[in-house]
Design a protein around this ligand. Structure first.
Ligand code: SF4
Ligand code: FES
Length: 242
């Protein structure tokens, strides 16, 4: 029950994995007081600093920018620093994201994720002679890929995708979003190369248009739409992507 000042108890269930002491993951319950204005990250910090210093999770900016605290909250991938406790209620379950190897507690191994990201060449490719000033593009050309520039590489989309859970070798939504960002950049000349990479058996075609990725993205990126645009680019133009 909430006190007059709004302070009330929240029941927090955390999936723990401490490989030094137990080969199996297990659930642990905590009770934390909040006035509802805390973020979920504040609650995790209170547990770590006041109740159990062994609780392990990644965090850095606390403002939805660095992408380090993606986790599964009440069954959905979210950034802990963006979740207000008054929007969560008095019971919350927290797990590491699915589809990633778990290192400890809520910390997952992001190396395979970044290896797939690197595979799509997420950087400007252009061997033409450098212009005397910057490479210009119109506002319309810039708008073409604006949505996919917002990615913070948190992995929430990839960790929410059943196609990734079934096949960890699949390149996954985050990599395709970051390929999209350059494929549709008028200054880039590497589109054919990326489309070739994404047309293989672990490329875009394993997307089943489930939309979990779009729902999970804390940046509001239209992830499924970006994947569909890359699919269409492969189908209709391997040499002249618009
Ligand atoms: S597309 Fe969204 S959910 Fe996926 S990694 Fe980027 S910011 Fe995170
Ligand atoms: S701590 Fe940086 S995005 Fe949440």
């Amino acid at each position: 029950m909430a006190a007059a000042n709004g302070i009330h108890a929240v029941h927090v269930q955390v999936k723990r994995y401490q490989p030094d002491t137990s080969a199996k993951a297990y659930w642990q319950d905590f009770t934390v007081e909040t006035d509802g204005k805390d973020r979920l990250l504040d609650i995790l910090n209170k547990i770590k600093w006041e109740q159990d210093g062994t609780l392990t999770f990644r965090r850095s900016c606390a403002h939805g920018v660095c992408g380090s605290d993606a986790m599964r909250v009440n069954g959905r991938n979210r950034l802990a620093c963006k979740l207000l406790m008054e929007d969560i209620g008095t019971h919350v379950t927290i797990e590491p994201m699915l589809g990633f190897p778990v290192i400890r507690d809520l910390v997952v191994d992001m190396d395979p994720f970044f290896a797939k990201y690197e595979k799509v060449k997420p950087y400007l490719i252009n061997d033409e002679p450098e212009p005397r000033t910057e490479r210009l593009q119109s506002p319309e050309e810039r708008a073409r890929y604006d949505d996919t520039t917002k990615c913070i590489l948190c992995g929430a989309c990839t960790g929410s995708c059943p196609s990734v859970w079934a096949n960890p070798s699949w390149v996954g939504p985050a990599s395709i979003v970051n390929a999209h960002r350059f494929i549709f950049d008028s200054r880039d000349r590497g589109a054919d190369e990326r489309l070739q990479i994404l047309s293989d058996r672990n490329g875009v075609w394993r997307c089943r248009t489930i939309f979990n990725c779009t729902e999970a993205c804390p940046r509001g990126i239209h992830v499924t739409d970006a994947i569909e645009e890359v699919k269409r680019a492969i189908m209709y133009s391997s040499s002249d992507v618009e």
